[in-house]
Design a protein around this ligand. Structure first.
Ligand code: ANZ
Ligand code: ZN
Length: 829
């Protein structure tokens, strides 16, 4: 008999699958649908085994669901626009981003085919191709037409030397990362998607997503960040102006001792008095180059400067100083706060630093009425009883919040408000390698969306890449200069491109009709396939990609392009593969290539190892001896089949056949309990690691049977049943070896078209068990009994046991208690 030769088998079956288009899926089918989606990759280079894990998990699910008779959609594609391609073009000075991208795509596609993933390649989607980004631009236009895409000025980092916008990461210590020039803040026109209109829906509908991991939903909730509170108006002393603040704690209004503005606030200029002008300007300059995230983080030192102006507290008429402070975010609430140092830690630190008063207005429920703010070491942020708060003193503060809000409304000095941390989605990128924003600016006619029939707005190829970071489109006259579609006069195109998260926010819809030329997708078809039944990907996408996709789906539903409002019904986030304790990366030199492993052990051994190494949601450490282990296992599978295959050649398998003895019954029971377990492992929570170990155990039991029973006594019907079912269960995990064995078993069709085995509940019944026998509560013997016997028969057998006989000689048996299947207790005197 032949030896296991994975490389030969794998190439053979991959060719057959491809030639016969086995994985092609139709949008019309009588079987129930199952949409199995893996997050598509950014094609930045070759894949390592860590990337592959995602695709192997997806493939097991796809192949399993096929054997469960679902119409399975399992597509693949590439998130192909983005910065690395452009940077590579700039660095190497040669490769156009397009060439770089398609070169990488070719490499990855080949790698994936060698792993035997069952993708329907006819549905491949590549976001940088015209026939895709045309529809990304179409999507922009739908949002624009419906008031969900708009332009506004926003502060951005600007390098006056390079004349370009810099991302926060490109600003180091306030200086341009490239040329060292001091970075300034510029207000530039940027395009936004109005995701904040959907904040409440995006938040509420998380409750519907019962098939999502809790931690991902929590991250989304925090990102949306809903706060309930009030907006309160503070008059400015000696000016006809009010300062609006957002507070979640109107119960602390009597404890306000200063106000604070964000440094970016336009009010800064108006409120700064001439004497304070210079100090304020210096402060703003210093802050403007600081990282906004670091500056406002909880433990950053609090810093600020006095404007010279005062506000009037509307609840008690007190005059309070207005500061500018580094910890106030311009983009949140109203960009200004009422500061309550006694009860807010940031305000407390600020007040200590600048010697501002601290006034306690809430005391712990069961403490004395203390007013001593001197002894405060930190802000008191817990709940308690209001003090020093006029008519509200004595109330519990949670209750007071409601009452004070009502009171503010009745006095017209404040209103109930809900705030979200979620900001509108800034989609403008000053970059070349992305989908151009389909907008034209005409001096006469204003901002004009490109007509749908004029899409796509093509990216020109002949651009010059310079290491400035600006989009080379700015200097491309043919791209930039157009005629106005309305007046025909000279006009200019928008030269910014879209954030690549826009591309990936809808790709799962394009897989449904990848070749459609007059629409992005067919409504009926997406309604048939979606929501995605299983989405699989990395937890690093827990927030942005998933939130944007949910948003775009909801928008498309509201615009009546589809009928569902959540795109992904179930989400699975897989763990990473580490090596030498670190994430795999080229720079660390700890990358394991799937190609090397396939060459050495075969794709099936690689797949089996990736699934076996740990529960798939956990991070795991790569170990070379681990893949050797799964390779040995597959060899053992192979050799076992070679031993039995000619014994079962002519067996027509019938469900009912005679089992001669306990050994045969035990093996059949093991087979069926394994079917039950693996089905549960896969259906339940993707426990592929325990599925693999159950198969290993089952194989061991079978080979023990073969070794302990004389060859001419082998039950060939039993071996036939084992051979069929075992290879079926292994096939989603190690599909190539299973196709080969399946054909050797004389099957006409491929194993991928076969049906998953059923559990025979009868076979699971345990007939013989060993039970404990006690005399007066002490263990005295063990007896093996057949469970089909009656209680009386079992008691009789126990009493005849040799050891028991010795103990009950000369004694009288008072009572025998039988706990079925477990224990017999004999009471004697
Ligand atoms: C007075 C107060 C007293 C506050 C107190 C808190 C505790 P969340 O829950 O995150 O929404 N705040 C409002 N706008 C801000 C901004 N743009 N930048 C920085 N801080 C801002 O937080 C809301 C609270 O954060 C608001 O309630 C406000 O401070 C502050 F004992 O008002 B509070
Ligand atoms: Zn015009």
């Amino acid at each position: 008999n032949k030896n296991y030769n994975p490389q030969e088998i794998e190439q053979k079956w991959q060719k057959i699958w491809e030639d016969k288009k086995i994985f092609k899926t139709s949008n019309k089918d009588k079987r129930p649908k199952y949409y199995d989606l893996v997050m598509f990759p950014y094609p930045s280079g070759t894949l390592h085994v860590g990337h592959v894990k995602n695709y192997v998990i997806g493939d097991v699910v796809a192949r399993y669901k096929r054997t469960k008779q679902f119409n399975v959609l399992h597509p693949f594609g590439f998130d192909a626009f983005g910065l690395p391609a452009e940077n590579a073009a700039i660095e190497k000075g040669k490769l156009h981003p397009e060439e770089w991208t398609f070169k990488n795509i070719d490499i990855i596609r080949k790698q994936i085919k060698k792993i035997g993933i069952s993708y329907d390649w006819d549905r491949e989607v590549i976001t940088c191709k015209e026939d895709y980004y045309k529809w990304t631009q179409w999507l922009f236009l739908q949002l624009y037409k419906n008031g969900l895409a708009y332009k506004k000025k926003a502060p951005v980092n600007w390098c006056p030397h390079c004349k370009t916008v810099l991302a926060n990461e490109q600003v180091v210590n306030g200086k341009c990362e490239r040329c060292g020039t001091e970075v300034t803040i510029r207000r530039l026109e940027q395009w936004y998607f109005k995701i904040t209109d959907y904040a409440e829906k995006l938040l509420n509908d998380l409750d519907k997503l019962t098939g999502w991991p809790e931690n991902v939903k929590t991250m989304q909730r925090n990102w949306i960040g809903k706060s309930v509170g009030a907006e309160v108006d503070f008059k400015i002393d000696n000016m006809d102006k009010t300062l609006k603040v957002f507070t979640t704690r109107p119960d602390t209004l009597w404890g306000v001792t200063f106000m604070a503005l964000a440094p970016e606030s336009p009010l800064v200029e108006e409120l700064t008095t001439p004497e304070n002008q210079q100090k304020v300007e210096e402060f703003i300059k210093m802050i403007s180059v600081q990282d906004r995230f670091k500056r406002t983080s909880q433990d950053a030192p609090k810093e600020g400067v006095f404007t010279g102006s005062y506000a009037i507290n509307p609840v008690n008429g007190e005059k309070i100083p207005i500061y500018i402070a580094n910890y106030i975010l311009y983009e949140y609430g109203t960009g200004a706060i009422m500061a309550v140092p006694a009860h807010d830690q940031r305000d407390f630190e600020f007040a200590k630093k600048y010697n501002l008063p601290i006034r306690i207005v809430i005391k712990p429920k069961d403490s004395e009425n203390t007013n001593n703010s001197e002894s405060l070491e930190n802000a008191y942020t817990d709940d308690g009883i209001l003090i020093n708060s006029d008519i509200f003193s004595g109330l519990e503060n949670r209750e007071a919040i409601k009452k004070i809000c009502e009171w503010l409304e009745s006095k017209k000095i404040g209103t109930f408000t809900v705030q979200y941390k979620l900001r509108d989605w800034l989609i403008s990128r000053q970059r070349y390698w992305g989908a151009p924003i389909p907008i034209i600016y005409c001096e006469k006619c204003g901002t004009i969306p490109v007509a749908e029939e004029d899409l796509p707005v093509r990216l020109p190829r002949d651009v010059e890449f310079k290491p400035t970071g600006t989009s080379p489109l700015i200097d491309h006259p043919d791209f930039k200069n157009v005629k106005c579609p309305i007046c025909g006069g000279d006009a200019k195109r928008e030269v910014d491109t879209m954030d690549t998260f826009v591309d990936s926010s809808w790709y799962y819809l394009r897989y449904i009709n990848p070749d459609l030329t007059d629409k992005p997708f067919e409504k009926n078809d997406v309604n048939y396939w979606l929501p995605v039944d299983q989405y699989i990907g990395g937890v690093e996408h827990a927030i942005l990609h998933l939130l944007y996709s949910r948003f775009i789906t909801k928008v498309l539903k509201d615009l009546n392009f589809l009928d569902f409002d959540e795109p992904f019904e179930n989400l699975f986030t897989q763990g990473m593969i580490y090596r030498n304790g670190a994430k795999m990366s080229k720079s660390k030199g700890n990358v394991v290539s799937p190609d090397d492993m396939i060459e050495k052990y075969g794709a099936d051994a690689l797949r089996t190892y990736i699934l076996f190494m740990a529960p798939p949601e956990k991070d795991a450490e790569w170990n070379d001896s681990g893949i050797e282990g799964t390779y040995r296992f597959l060899n053992k599978v192979w050799n076992t089949y070679m031993k039995i295959i000619d014994k079962i050649d002519n067996i027509q398998f019938h469900t009912k056949y005679h089992l001669k003895n306990q050994i045969e019954k035990d093996l059949r029971r093991k087979l069926h309990s394994t079917i039950e377990k693996i089905t549960n492992d896969i259906e339940g929570n993707f426990q592929f690691n325990t599925a693999v170990s159950s198969l290993m155990e089952l194989l061991n039991d079978c080979s023990n049977y073969l070794n302990s029973v004389n060859e001419n006594e082998w039950n060939s019907s039993l071996l036939k049943e084992f051979a069929d079912d075992f290879v079926l269960m292994l096939s989603p995990i190690a599909p190539h070896i299973c196709e080969e064995l399946w054909s050797m078993l004389g099957k006409d069709d491929l194993i991928i078209n076969a049906t998953w085995p059923e559990v025979d509940k009868e076979a699971l019944k345990i007939e013989e068990v060993t039970i404990a026998v006690q005399i007066n509560g002490k263990l005295r013997s063990q007896v093996t009994i057949n469970l089909n016997l009656s209680e009386e028969e079992i008691k009789a057998i126990v009493l005849e046991d040799e050891k028991i006989q010795k103990y009950i000689e000369n004694k009288s048996v008072k009572k025998i208690i039988y706990v079925p299947g477990k224990i017999v207790n004999i009471l004697v005197k």
